[in-house]
Design a protein. Structure first.
Length: 74
């Protein structure tokens, strides 16, 4: 996926590559789902994750899609 890079005013100035991961499994015999994304730019890395037994799919997509990198963050 592509993550917008924004300036201090929130205006998109670039994009950065990111990796989106969706997984399901179990923890202590309870079903679990994960919706996550990972990005790196310069010497920094970020992760944003929704994890739980039954996260709302639309809310998870909105959360993951809302992530922005601030220009100059290295």
């Amino acid at each position: 996926i592509r993550v917008p890079v924004v300036d201090a005013a929130g205006v998109k100035v670039d994009e950065a590559p990111a990796w989106e991961v969706r997984a399901s499994g179990a923890s202590q015999a309870r079903p679990m789902q994960m919706h996550a994304a990972f990005a790196a730019r310069g010497a920094r890395a970020w992760q944003w994750v929704v994890l739980g037994p039954a996260p709302d799919a639309e809310q998870a997509r909105t959360f993951v899609a809302s992530f922005r990198l601030l220009q100059g963050a290295r």
